[in-house]
Structure formats: C-alpha cells, structure tokens
Write a protein that binds this ligand. Structure first.
Ligand SMILES: [Zn+2]
Ligand SMILES: [Zn+2]
Length: 249
C-alpha cells in the first residue's frame, strides 16, 4: 500500500457544483479500488483541495487503470481546475499490505469480504487469499455489480451484528454460518454470476465462529476436509465452497 497526496487547484472559489464533481471523482476512484475510501483525508482552502489517499499498489493511480466511470467523472471535473491534478508520493503504508493480491496467479477466486475495508473488492485470489482490487479484474456488468453489492451490503450488516456481540449475535451467526441461509444462498448465486464474467471458478467462503464445521460438505454431503497447511481447511470443488476450521476444531 502506498500513500499519495492528490492536489486539486480550482480556477475560482469552490462552488457546490464543483464540490459535487470533486467528490464524484473520488467516489469513482474508490469504486474502482484505485484508492481506499476508508483511509481518505481531505483538507484545503476555498480554492484548493489536498486529498491524502492510500492505494493498493504503487501504480494504482495510473490512468491506464481508470475505468469508464473514473474517466467520465474526471472529464466533468477538469473544466473547474486551473491545472492538472498533482499526484505526489508520500510513502509506504504496510497496514493491510498482505491483504491484497494482483490476482495474476489466480486459477480461481473466492467471494469473501475484507473484514475492515468494506468498500474494497470482496473477490479474493484463490491462490493466496488476497483481495483483488476491482481495477485488476475483468470489468463486471451493471447487473452483476448490482447483485454483488446487494449481497455484500446484507453480509456486512450481519457481520457487524455478529461482531457487536449483543442482541442479534446468535441469529446473525446462524445466517452467516448456515449454508442454506438466504444470505449464503444469495452469495452462491452471485458466485455463479461472477464466474461467467471473470472466466474462472468462484468459490463461496462459508464463515463459522462457534461450533465446528460440518464433517461433510453442507451442500452435497461429499468429502470436503483438506490436508493440513492447505490454503483453506475445507473445500468442495463440486459445490464450489470453501471454509476454515473454527477455534473449536
Ligand atoms: Zn494471489
Ligand atoms: Zn459439495
């Protein structure tokens, strides 16, 4: 991860319109995972903005990584600026360094949200478990993004409820850990949509904290326990689900 300062010099005092386009540009960069939304810091005066951003890779902000939304929002913002956006390197940030992957070596993917970076891609490399920024993946259709976001929002809500360890903890855990819950069934159908567009198998990550994982695959009843030191502890290639041992195993 790398930290950059993005400097925006506006032609005149920043109006509401200019501000809206400025935020639109940042949101599009974040949507494409070229910047990490949670770590963003904005300062400035009435005519300029300095945005400190953390990015997954040193070249994340290169123009060739822009998607259509980023280019469109940039085009709208540029007429308000008196000079090109200055991109200044600040340094390296190792906070989530090992959590990212380029996906280059991935023969498959795993759908599993990052526990702390909620706006980051939930698509992980099946080789090293790192979350792959969207801009490094084949572009997804609007329909698939809609389904993916819908699942992700529901998943994050149950995940938060579970971690809050209060009212709703047990029912949230049931929703997260039972493969036939509506949440996990929806996740599975999102995997099927994703693999059509990503061109590789997409496994669903089944979470469990309490109890033990089922001895047999919870969908087909087949063997799914892997040898020790595998990337995951459980995997069914037929149903395309993976899981880890719980603390009780
Ligand atoms: Zn990898
Ligand atoms: Zn199975």
């Amino acid at each position: 991860m790398y930290v950059y300062d993005l400097r925006f010099q506006f032609k005149k005092e920043i109006t509401d319109d200019a501000d809206y386009l400025f935020y639109g540009y940042l949101c599009s960069l974040s949507g494409n995972n070229q910047i990490i939304f949670e770590t963003m810091n904005i300062s400035g005066t009435d005519r300029n903005r300095i945005v400190r951003v953390t990015v997954p890779y040193v070249d994340s902000l290169d123009e060739e990584n822009n998607d259509k939304r980023v280019n469109d929002s940039l085009e709208k913002l540029l007429p308000y600026l008196s000079e090109p956006i200055a991109i200044e390197p600040v340094g390296e940030d190792s906070t989530y360094k090992d959590d990212f992957a380029t996906g280059k070596e991935a023969e498959s993917y795993v759908l599993c949200i990052h526990p702390n970076l909620r706006d980051f891609s939930p698509i992980r490399c099946g080789h090293c478990r790192g979350n792959i920024p969207y801009y490094l993946l084949p572009p997804l259709s609007k329909e698939t993004i809609k389904e993916l976001t819908s699942w992700e929002t529901s998943y994050a809500a149950y995940d938060r409820l579970f971690y809050a360890t209060g009212i709703g903890e047990i029912s949230a855990h049931k929703m997260l850990s039972n493969m036939s819950s509506r949440l996990n069934q929806k996740g599975l159908s999102v995997c099927r949509l994703l693999e059509k567009e990503l061109g590789k198998p997409v496994y669903y990550y089944l979470y469990r904290f309490y109890g033990k994982q089922p001895a047999k695959c919870p969908l087909c009843g087949g063997e799914w326990k892997l040898q020790e030191h595998s990337l995951f502890d459980y995997k069914c290639d037929k149903c395309r689900i993976v899981a880890d041992c719980t603390v009780n195993e």
